[in-house]
Design a binder for this molecule. Structure first.
Ligand code: GLU
Length: 462
């Protein structure tokens, strides 16, 4: 049984890179009929916040990455960490270190003076035949993990290939602080073990933690999971994404009117591919996904491509669902009633024109509220004769017994002929007079859908 997890720390928003990590973990579990676990790594009490936790849970819900187990909270598992800690100490895999702050500082300065990397000198490590210093008074010890001193730690990363680290380059890391609280790498290991995680899929900023975690797992007698480290997502300029310059939080995509399935489709394509397929559903993604097709190098965010995909997903989306999604946006413009014409019918007419939900709302707006044409539009399409001409056309519309696009369309050519004008001299002014904007689909269809009464009333006041 494949078991994967997403393990965010609630110290900020739900990052777009985090969503892609979650997506790949989720898809891998779904593909293999496994389980996907959500774990909240909240042991950093100073940086973890309730708002951030909410942002993560809301974000996961919004994108639709459903988890089978969790959320599990590390802060609720301190007893378990203490238990494993004791087991490791008893088995000789971890030891108390009574080094004082001053001694550590002296070690650091000595290394600095020699221009060397600072290492804890393992003075409290109980190796065979070695005598330890006598336990000082008044010092609360930390607990350190006894790293192997020789050999290598190797794993076959499912994205990056074989990675080997010489054990002599690994420190005897602290797994419990002086106040007894467990440290990050230790909690992750205990959790991955207890939660039966078979595949750790995470960002490649964790590659350096992996050899440490593998050694602790081995000491615990655990089966070491597979690891897959995903490369970073860079911004369009090829730099690390930053909160100031780039949309990094998933909420920003919601605000930009991106559909969650479009965002997932886009993120799936970032660093993974299936032939030339660009537009696909999550069902297809799950079917096609394989970690061996994930690229080991970083990928660049391309906003234009995201918008293009979003437009495809808007076209494919159910109109009633789209209506629910854009209603709050229309309400912000002061529109409260969307029955006449029915919003889903309006959406059916205009959805091809929108790349995001904000644009879609804009495309629907003039059906419920006449807009004010811009100066440029008026200058270009409205002259001294136009108002009277619109009234003459209104009179023809008034007489129509059948109100549909075809019947309206049939009026255009004879009217233009009688007025001795080109079609453009009717279409654009008519749009401005009825909708208040020149940017609409075919005007006969717009008028048909808007309804006779509303159209005539708007023409009267144009
Ligand atoms: N909590 C870590 C993070 O947010 C993830 C740890 C992991 O996936 O092992 O970066």
């Amino acid at each position: 049984m494949i078991r994967t997890r997403f393990a965010p720390s609630p110290t900020g928003f739900l990052h777009i890179g985090g969503v892609r990590t979650a997506l790949f973990s989720w898809a891998f579990a779904r593909k293999h009929q496994g389980k996907f676990v959500l774990r909240i790594e909240d042991t950093d009490l100073e940086r973890s916040t309730a708002e951030s936790l909410k942002a993560i849970l809301d974000g996961m819900h919004w994108v639709g990455l459903d988890y089978d187990e969790g959320p599990f909270y590390q802060t609720k598992r301190f007893d378990r960490y203490a238990e494993v800690l004791q087991q490791l100490i008893t088995a000789g895999h971890a030891y108390y270190d009574f080094t004082s702050k001053e001694e550590l500082e002296a070690m650091r300065q000595e290394a600095e003076a020699k221009g060397e990397h600072f290492w804890y000198d393992r003075r409290w490590r109980p190796d065979l035949g070695k005598s330890l210093p006598s336990v000082p008074d008044g010092i609360q010890p930390v607990v350190r993990f006894k790293m192997p001193l020789q050999g290598e730690t190797t794993w076959n990363d499912l994205v990056k290939g074989k990675i080997s680290i010489a054990n002599q380059d690994l420190d005897d890391l602290i797994i419990a602080r002086a106040d007894g609280t467990p440290t990050y790498n230790f909690c992750v290991v205990v959790d991955d073990y207890d939660m039966g995680i078979t595949h750790v899929i995470r960002g490649d900023d964790h590659v350096n933690n992996t050899p440490k975690q593998i050694n602790i797992l081995l000491a615990m007698g655990a089966v070491v999971p597979e690891y897959a480290h995903l490369p970073m997502i860079l911004n369009e300029k090829g730099a690390k994404m930053s909160k100031r310059r780039d949309a990094v939080s998933v909420v920003e995509y919601d605000q930009q009117g991106i559909l969650p399935e479009a965002l997932l489709n886009y993120l799936a394509r970032l660093g993974w591919g299936h032939g030339d397929d660009e537009f696909f559903t999550m069902t297809q993604f799950i079917e096609w996904f394989d970690l061996k097709d994930v690229s080991p190098s970083a990928s660049r965010f391309d906003h234009e491509k995201l918008l293009w995909l979003n437009a495809q997903h808007i076209k494919a989306s159910d109109n009633n669902r789209l209506a629910t999604l854009i209603l709050p946006r229309l309400q912000q413009y002061g529109v409260s009633k969307v029955e006449q014409p029915a919003l889903n019918e309006v959406i059916a007419l205009v959805k091809d024109r929108a790349q995001d939900l904000n644009q879609l709302a804009d495309e629907c707006l003039y059906f419920y509220k006449k807009l004010t044409p811009t100066e440029q539009e008026l200058a270009k399409h409205w002259d001294a004769d136009t108002a009277a001409r619109m009234q003459r056309f209104a009179a023809l519309l008034q007489q129509l017994s059948q109100w549909d696009a075809e019947s309206i369309h049939a009026l255009f050519a004879p009217f233009c002929e009688a007025e001795k004008i080109k079609m453009g001299k009717l279409g654009m002014p008519l749009r401005l007079a009825v909708c208040g904007t020149g940017k609409t689909p075919s005007i006969d269809q717009v008028l048909a859908l808007m309804g006779k009464e509303e159209v005539l009333q708007r023409l009267q006041h144009s």
